[in-house]
Design a protein around this ligand. Structure first.
Ligand SMILES: *Cc1c(COP(=O)(O)O)cnc(C)c1O
Length: 354
């Protein structure tokens, strides 16, 4: 039996993705070839990558003439340095909301000056700083829209005239936002879009004009745009899974329907955390993430017993990140409300039995 998988990433994907991608490994659409062996320059693969790009634009409601979609390698971690190598000329601003922001800042420092325009470090990243004041002239402002490790999420984005860049690895396409407020977003696929190995980048063409530094080809966005993500061999299988997942998003009613479902799932779980005296939430209520729910167990309750009850009931992947402890339940798009109900029932049972 398949487990109820609440892993933070790689994580659960829709059944359609598992089904169609495994079929394509055997044979892709009656081509007589597996997705793993077709040429990335074949007409068939061009169709796939082109479709993936258009699905991303359709889901995000962005104009094909203004935005480009790239499928790159190296993970979100590689985007930390790529963003800075292309666009950090004098000074970039970063909002530090946790581990991933800190990594982004560290990489950017190889290329230029960085200031933390706001930080939640003072309270161990349990909130999202609001009312961000920017006095400096920035090349761009970088945020992490959802903090996978700590369980906080921007519900209102900074209002800025500087190019806004976001690491959306763990909440892309999970909720309705105005994507056109962003100049560049990136997301490692393995949280909410597809198989690990590809990173989706959506960028405004206008932003490319701000690139002054000469970069090696592999680091140069313009090069990847010119080559339509085929500068070198792309991760064909991962891109295929992204395409399937985005088809599934549209088939499921698009981003609005997905958001509704995600809000319901997270409400169900947060309500239980708040009313069940065995547990407590880690972060500020107003900044809670609808994707990664973090919580602890109260001292007088036996966490080993809870862990055992979970594993006996096929619940998988809820251990908190090692830097935070406690529990983290990831509620990405593919997670059903029924899986969350099962977890909530266990939490209730645990509370009664003590
Ligand atoms: C997982 C994660 C990353 C790291 O992604 P890689 O693809 O492993 O480099 C970066 N940022 C956020 C917000 C994440 O959740």
């Amino acid at each position: 039996m398949k487990k109820y998988n609440f892993n933070a990433g790689p994580s659960a994907l829709p059944n359609d993705v598992f089904k169609y991608s495994s079929e394509a490994i055997k044979e892709l659409d009656q081509t007589g070839l597996s997705i793993l062996e077709i040429s990335h320059r074949s007409e068939k693969f061009s169709e796939i990558i082109c479709k993936a790009k258009h699905l991303a634009l359709e889901i995000s409601g962005l104009d094909n003439n203004k935005y480009e979609v790239l499928f790159l390698q190296g993970g979100a971690s590689h985007q930390y340095l790529m963003v800075a190598s292309n666009f950090l000329n004098n000074l970039a601003g970063y909002v530090n909301t946790g581990t991933w922001s800190e990594k982004a800042i560290a990489e950017a420092k190889y290329y230029g000056n960085v200031i933390e325009v706001a930080s939640s470090k003072d309270k161990n990243h349990t909130y999202i700083p609001n009312d961000i004041q920017i006095l400096e002239d920035l090349d761009y402002l970088h945020i992490t829209s959802n903090n996978t490790i700590f369980g906080t999420q921007f519900h209102k984005f900074p209002d800025t005239n500087f190019p806004l860049i976001a690491d959306m690895s763990s909440d892309i396409f999970s909720r309705k936002i105005n994507f056109s407020n962003f100049d560049l977003i990136y997301a490692g696929a393995q949280k909410n879009i597809g198989a690990a190995g590809v990173t989706m980048v959506i960028l405004k063409r206008e932003l490319l004009k701000k690139n002054i530094r000469k970069n090696p080809s592999i680091l140069n966005y313009q090069n990847h745009v010119d080559k339509q993500s085929l500068y070198n061999t792309p991760p064909v299988f991962s891109i295929y899974t992204c395409m399937l997942n985005m088809e599934w998003i549209l088939k499921s009613g698009g981003i609005e329907a997905i958001e509704k479902k995600n809000i319901n799932k997270s409400k169900l779980l947060y309500n239980e955390i708040d009313k069940n005296d065995s547990f407590y939430g880690f972060v500020e209520k107003s900044d809670r993430s609808i994707m990664n729910v973090t919580f602890g167990i109260n001292n007088n309750y036996n966490s080993e017993k809870f862990d055992k009850m979970c594993s006996n009931n096929n619940i998988h992947g809820i251990k908190g990140h090692r830097s935070v402890g406690g529990y983290r339940v990831s509620l990405y798009n593919a997670i059903t409300i029924d899986s969350v109900k099962i977890l909530v029932e266990i939490m209730q049972k645990f509370n009664k039995e003590g």
